[in-house]
Design a protein around this ligand. Structure first.
Ligand SMILES: Cc1cc2nc3c(=O)[nH]c(=O)nc-3n(C[C@H](O)[C@H](O)[C@H](O)COP(=O)(O)O)c2cc1C
Length: 214
């Protein structure tokens, strides 16, 4: 079946993308406005994009149609205003708290308080990180790719990364116990997520070991 993106509506294109590009890691973004108010929200249009320099990307969409046209989601507005943010990663244990922070609260409501979460000061950026998250990436805004009046891709350069102590296998070699992080991914539809309960190993094949076919 071919789906032609030139003729489909925006909601249908969204449905197709989010039903097929799965699972998507979730950036649980903590940002701050110019007055220092802390904001948190999850974004699954997210991934690590480059290793060197270390760059992550987040797609921040528009607000709901009933909201004022042209107004940014708070996370996007804050990243524009202060140029710094923290990407926390979401574990199975923190899934419900993450979901609370996705509620479209008015600007003055603190999502982290509503979700019963606590924060810890970051080392290099102003917004704090979420204490309950097993991984947090302190980021400096690298670029904003504008996609309309109220939506954009935010590119962030990672300047520091925190990993919960019990998930670090060897600090000197930077070996992490990845399965122990128990991170979840966003899947399709109204509220499907995935948990990494099955894995397999497949080492890369060096070109010298490959017998070329004619
Ligand atoms: C798991 C999950 C993933 C989400 N991913 C995105 C996303 O990639 N882009 C987006 O604009 N909104 C996404 N949302 C919706 C935002 O989290 C929601 O609009 C939030 O209220 C925005 O908050 P803010 O205005 O404080 O930035 C997602 C929600 C959930 C629950």
């Amino acid at each position: 079946m071919l789906f032609d993106f030139d003729t489909l509506s925006a909601p249908d294109r969204y449905k197709l993308l989010t039903s097929t590009i799965v699972p998507r890691p979730i950036a649980w973004v903590v940002s701050q406005d110019a007055q220092g108010r802390v904001n948190a929200a999850p974004f699954s249009f997210f991934n690590a994009l480059v290793g060197d320099p270390p760059v992550v990307g987040i797609g921040i969409g528009g607000r709901r149609p009933e909201d004022a046209p042209g107004s940014w989601k708070d996370s996007g507005a804050n990243i524009r205003a202060i140029g710094q943010f923290v990407v926390n990663l979401v574990s199975f244990e923190t899934r419900e708290a993450m979901n609370v922070t996705a509620i479209e609260f008015p600007h003055d409501v603190e999502e982290l308080k509503q979700a019963g979460l606590t924060t810890v000061a970051s080392t290099k950026v102003k917004p704090p990180r979420i204490a309950e998250s097993p991984v947090a990436l302190e980021c400096e805004r690298l670029a904003i790719v504008e996609l309309g009046v109220d939506r954009a891709i935010v590119l962030g350069r990672v300047v520091a990364l925190h990993v919960r102590d019990d998930c670090v296998l060897d600090e000197k070699r930077c070996y992490i116990d990845t399965p122990k992080l128990d991170l979840i991914g966003r899947m399709h539809g109204g509220g499907w997520y995935s948990r990494i309960t099955e894995r397999f190993e497949m080492p890369r094949i060096p070109v010298e070991k490959w017998a070329l076919k004619d």
